[in-house]
Design a protein around this ligand. Sequence first.
Ligand SMILES: [Zn+2]
Length: 292
Amino acid sequence: MLKRLSIVLLLLAFSALCTFAQLGEQERSWNQPVEPFRIAGNIYYVGASDITSYLITTPKGHILIDSGFIETVPQITANIVKLGFKVEDVKILLNSHAHYDHASGLNQLRRLTKAKLLVSRPDFDLLARGGKADPNYGDRFPFEGTRADATFRDGKKVKLGGVILTANITAGHTPGCTTWTTETVEKGRQFSAIFVCSTSAPGYDLVKNERYPAIYSDYQATFARLERLRPDIFVSAHGRQFDLLGKIERMKRGEENVFVDPDGYRRSLKESRVAIESTYERQSAASPNPQR
Ligand SMILES: [Zn+2]
């Protein structure tokens, strides 16, 4: 009996490994450890070399945006401790979007922190089913799904210990992709900060996407909205989108406020918009009945 039980357990462990594939070479390169640091005011970087995670501290506990891969979680928790904070003081978990490289570790972080997980209404189901039936990826990138404690709509203000984070639903990359904005004070100066959800469309169908018919108009609304914002501090779900590693080097050389980058923000938006529009044009031209 015992033997049979251990075989069953082994098989279960094996099937879990198969369901959530190990990181490939590209993902491993995105997940290299990085020394944690303070971005400005009460905003800290606790993520990896490209897969980001942000800690926003308050006197009443902390807010954490994004978990990275499940493999990123030990880096994130070690980084929080290195900065002198306690993992169990994280009270609220947020997510940029329900993709495997930003959400795979959320359930593990919930177990470790007992924090409340808040997710945009349009990404709730995608997160709950662990990335399966994604409008663009289908079942290609499954992860350990988790049902958030609560959902919110566009404009939601998440408040903790005097800190307010505002949810801007910037749909397209996922239907509930959430860009967070807040304010912070660094050496007596007030800065607005933006944590941009992804605005890329890697391999996406922007024309006749049956699982997400409004995808292109959603991207257009997202760009129009992001272009109206005027953040000082600019960071995003992927480090490469705001030159994380280059800015870390500049910081090490003693430069101050390297993440205050309004020009970089506008440049990045422009590049994303051009990429999305040219993909749309190309796909429309190749489609027998273009959706115009
Ligand atoms: Zn993504």
